[in-house]
Design a protein around this ligand. Sequence first.
Ligand code: GLN
Length: 483
Amino acid sequence: MDIVKLSAVEIKEKILKNELSATEVVKAHLNRIEEIDKDINAFISINKEGALEAAEKVDEKIKNGEELGALGGIPIALKDNIVTKDTKTTCGSKMLENYRSPYDATVVEKIKAQDGIIIGKTNMDEFAMGSSNETSFFGPTRNPVNTNLVPGGSSGGSAAAVKAEEVALALGTDTGGSTRQPAAYCDIVGIKPSYGLVSRYGVVSLANTLDTVGVFGRDVSDAALMLSAIVGYDEKDSTSYENPTHLVVEKDLEPTEYIKGMKIGIPREIYLDQIDKRLIGVMDKVIKVFQSLGAKVEEITLPHLEYGLSTYHVISAAEISSNMARFDGLRYGYRAKEYSTLDELYINSRNEAFGDEVKRRILMGTYYLSMGLGREYYEKALKMRTLIIDDFNKAFKDYDIILTPTSPILPFQLGKLKDEPLTKDLTSIFTAPVNLAGLCAMSIPCGYVDGLPVGLQIIGDRFKEMNIIKAGLAFEGGMKNGI
Ligand code: GLN
C-alpha cells in the first residue's frame, strides 16, 4: 500500500481499523517530503519531532481504546501565516524570518484537539500578497503538476504540498483568492469559507475585512473534512459568526442525489476580453455535466462584477498599509543594524526586510487613504463593495450556486509574469468579489487543456457551505462516471 496516496478519509478509517498506525502514516509522509521537497519547495519548516510525538499519542489512544478526534492521525500542513508555538511563523518574509509566536492560532488548537498531525509550515507569497508564490523570501514553490509552472498563490506551498502527496490536508488563507487559485493551478480542491465561519485568531492579518482561512484536499470529501474540523464561534475573534453551521455530508449518494433541485447561475459577465478563450470551451462542458446531473442551469447577470478587482485592490491595499505598520523594527521581527535616529530605524528595517510586492501594496494603500484622495478612492470602493454585495444577494434569491472559472488564465511558467504584477493581479478577477461579499466558494478540478489544469469556482451564499460541498460532490462524481 502506498500510504501517501491515501486520502485523508481513508487514512482516518485505516487508523481506526488498526490497519495502519499514525506513526507509519507520519513517517511515510516525512519520507515523501525528504524525497521530493527539494524540487517543490513547498515547506519553510518541518516539525519532524513534534509530528512523530503527536502520532505516538494517537497510537496510544487507539491502543487504550480511547475515542479519536475527527482528524485522527491525518498529516496536515499549515500556511506560514498561521501562528504556532512549536515552529516559527515567517509569513514568507525576511521581516519574520526567525519569528516565533508565544501562542497557537485557534485553528491550530482545533486541529491538535482533534488529533490532526501538524507536519510543518508552508511557503507562501510574502505576507500573502501575490498569486504565484514567487514573492516569497524563501524562494518560489514549484507546481507538482509540472515544475516549470507556478503553483499559484499566495497559499501555493499548501496547495503544492497536498498535490505532491507530502500531506493529505492543508490550511491556507484566502483574502482575494489565495486558496482557490492555487487549488486550481495545482489540480486539487480548495474551499474558502464564508467570512466569520472560521476563527482568524492567530492568523496574521492581510486585509481584515476580507481575510479567511481556507482548506485544501485532493478531493471534496477531504476538503470538507478539514473545514468541518475548524469551523465554529470563537470569542477571541470579534468577527466570528455566532450561529454554528453544521457541515454534515451524507456519504456515498449518487451524484444526482447531491444536486437534486439545485438551480445554478452562470454570470454572463465572465466572458471577458481578458479570459483565456480555451476556458470558454471548458465552461460549456461543465454546464453540460451539471445539466446531465439534473440541475437547472441559467445565465444570470452580476452587473458590477467587472469592478470587483479594482474595488478589491483599493480596499485590500488600504487595509494592508495600516496592518503592515506594526512591522516597525521595534516590536518584533527584523531590525536594521545601522541607524542613527528612530526614523532611520523604522525606515531601514522596513526597507531591508520587505520585498518589492509588499512595498508596492503599502505605497498604494497609503496613497488611497491619503488626505483628499480617500474620498476619491477608498470611499468609492466601499460604495462599489455594497453594489457588488447587492448583485450577489439578488442572484442568491433565485439560485443556489453560481459558477465561474476560478482563474481567467491558466497556470503560467515560473518567472514569466515576474515584471507584470497587474497581469498576476488579474488572476483574482473571479475570486476577489467573493471575498468582498463574504461568501463561500470552492475551486474544484474540471479537467486539463493543453496539459494545464483548470479549476471551476462554485460560489455559495453566506454560510451555505453545504450547497457548494454538495455541488462539488455531484460534479466530482459526475466527472468520475464520465458524464
Ligand atoms: N492574489 C491576491 C492578491 O495578491 C489574493 C491574495 C490573497 O488572497 N491573500 O492580493
